[in-house]
Design a protein around this ligand. Structure first.
Ligand SMILES: Nc1ncnc2c1ncn2[C@@H]1O[C@H](COP(=O)(O)OP(=O)(O)OP(=O)(O)O)[C@@H](O)[C@H]1O
Ligand SMILES: [Mg+2]
Length: 236
């Protein structure tokens, strides 16, 4: 399919607790095109994070096919997976997942170390990204010296610094108050508007309303997959 960033065919994922199989994803097929903005919703335990971890190449499916930007991820070895994860994917988590001992600038620069970029260029790029998310005056702060919303901005800057083809965010506003959530959603809106592909998990309808397409999971299967007319009406 032309310009599919994500192509999933019959993705299944089971966890094994001793000898008991717990099927979590039960055959998910899906295409997400370049520059789509997708909200993934569904009840707690329906498999959203499991699916996101597979999309982010943090975990592998039990069976099925996953093609990410033309690369068949389901057939990749670990080292190849690590490379594609670093180059193609920016991941934002609910708990921010920042390194506590590193400054904001150093946290943002981490993916560039793995990409083999020199120190000066790393710092320049990380600084630019922090400015983009409105944290130009907080380079030297450590995570415990930043608010939750500021930590999430650092995490978003880190996710964007390698210019990935796909931004994944699992409940990025789950730990933030309403006002801060609105600010973070504005940043995701800008990320999408500048041509990125965004997939975001949320429990909240008003957060999902920012997306152009809403996919609902239930019990490990896609229950519905609809364009969001409200967001399309407000498109720039
Ligand atoms: N590592 C694991 N080992 C065993 N079972 C797991 C593991 N991770 C997730 N599960 C189970 O898989 C199911 C789906 O979990 P998942 O985290 O994907 O749900 P979710 O849709 O993200 O829920 P929430 O909205 O609460 O974040 C749950 O029943 C969970 O207990
Ligand atoms: Mg989850």
């Amino acid at each position: 399919m032309a310009q599919s960033v994500i192509h999933l065919e019959q993705i299944r994922k089971s966890y094994f607790i001793g000898k008991n199989e717990l099927p979590v994803l039960k055959g998910v097929s899906l295409d997400i095109l370049k520059n789509e903005y997708v909200a993934l919703m569904g009840p707690s335990g329906s498999g959203k994070s499991t699916l996101m971890n597979i999309l982010g190449a943090l975990d592998t499916p039990t069976s099925g096919k996953y093609v990410l930007s033309g690369h068949d991820v389901s057939r990749m070895e670990d080292n190849e997976l690590a490379r594609i994860r670093n180059q193609e994917i920016g991941f934002v988590f609910q708990q921010f997942n920042l390194m506590p001992r590193l400054s904001a600038l150093e946290n943002v620069a981490v993916p560039l170390i793995y990409a083999g970029i020199g120190k000066k260029e790393r710092e320049d790029k990380a600084r630019q990204m922090l400015e983009k998310v409105g944290l130009g005056d907080r380079y030297k702060h450590k995570p415990n010296e930043l608010s939750g919303g500021q930590c999430q901005r650092v995490a978003i800057a880190r996710a964007l610094v390698n210019d990935p083809s796909l931004i994944l965010a699992d409940e990025p506003t789950g730990n933030l108050d309403t006002k801060t959530s609105v600010e973070i959603m504005e940043i995701f809106g800008n990320i999408h508007a500048s041509g990125n592909t965004v997939v975001l998990v949320t429990h909240e309808e008003d957060i999902a309303a920012h997306a152009r397409r809403i996919i609902r999971l239930r019990d490990g299967l896609i229950e519905s997959d609809k364009m969001n007319e409200m967001a399309a009406a407000h498109s720039h």
